[in-house]
Write a protein of this length. Sequence first.
Length: 188
Amino acid sequence: MTDAPATPTPKKKGGMMKKLILFVVAPGILIGGGVGAGLYAAGRGGHAGPVEDPNRPKLMLKDGSEHGKEASGPEPATINPAKYQATYFQMEQNFTSNLRDTDGFLQVGLGVSTFYDEKVLDNLKRAEMPVRSAVLEVLSQQEAETLNSEQGKAALRKSLRDAINNVLKQQEGFGGVDNVYFTSFVIQ
């Protein structure tokens, strides 16, 4: 037996590094991958923006071409009439309704305009019956005294536009009527 000192075995380096990788870096990568996969699965990854619905009405430019931009929500934002082309549609039959709290009645002819393509007018024609009902409901709430002023007529036009758009939203998913016009207006 030799009395030579035994050579000490060298200690392995990197024990601390392995623990750091095992307990800090690896969980970070797994968590990050899970969050990324979750966002991708939820539709937030890989898309530059919302997918355009091909059936949604499109704004029409003055030159008659589609703007290529659909309505961003249920109703259009303020639209610059100088930039977009309005399309007009006159409703075939007049509307006749009794006025509130009087023996009088109101008879009006209506037309509407839209800055969107023909889809809005097609929707309006398809929903004609509920639109007529909503218009008659609005007319029956009017007072002759109020309708004799410019402000009263303007308020009625706004109320009619809102009522028509509400019906179109319920029936077709999108309003799109920008203005309502009187083609005839008789109070008796």
